[in-house]
Design a protein. Structure first.
Length: 92
């Protein structure tokens, strides 16, 4: 093979690899999520993308408790979307 042809192949290979980085789909967000709500008002806390159900529930409760005295886990999910009361929503 001639040097000119090798250079063209190298450039085309580099271009293909560079473009491939942009067109490879990114991994989807996955994990556990939860919705915690106060049954007396419309305040809820949500979480998503956690490695375990326990951490997802703990984070949702922490978020809910920022503005409430009492909260409970309303729903939880794993790699899906859920809706809670008062428009609360979480999705992985």
């Amino acid at each position: 093979m001639s040097g000119h042809f090798r250079k063209k192949i190298s450039i085309l290979s580099l271009l293909a690899c560079t473009l491939g980085i942009y067109f490879v789909p990114a991994p989807a967000m996955a994990g556990w999520g939860a919705i915690a709500c106060n049954s007396q008002n419309a305040n809820c806390g949500v979480s998503y993308g956690w490695p375990s159900l326990a951490t997802a529930e703990a984070f949702a409760l922490t978020e809910c408790l920022k503005g409430n005295m009492r909260c409970h886990i309303y729903r939880w999910e794993h790699n899906t979307c859920i809706r809670g009361p008062y428009g609360a929503y979480t999705c992985n």
